[in-house]
Design a protein around this ligand. Sequence first.
Ligand SMILES: [Zn+2]
Length: 87
Amino acid sequence: MLGPRDWPAPCTWCGGRLVHSQACRELRDGWAIRFGFGKHKGQRVDRVPREYLEWLWSSGSITNADLKAAIAKILGVPDSPRHDMAA
Ligand SMILES: [Zn+2]
C-alpha cells in the first residue's frame, strides 16, 4: 500500500525505483572508472578512500582524462586544466 510519495525517485538508468534491472547494474558497473595503476589498481574510483584520491589529485600525476574527470567529480573540485598534458 505504498503511494507515489513513498517511493524513491526513479533510476535515471533503467527507470526502476527499488529494484534495478540486471542490465542497469551491468551498465553502471561498465561505466565505473577503474584504476589501471597504483595500490588500488583494478578498483573502482568511487570505492577507494577519499584521502587517496585527494593525494593523487594533488600530486598532479593523473594523465587519463576520464579518470581525472571522475576524481574531480568525486572530490567536488573543478577539472583543472593545470593538470592537463600540454601536447
Ligand atoms: Zn536502475
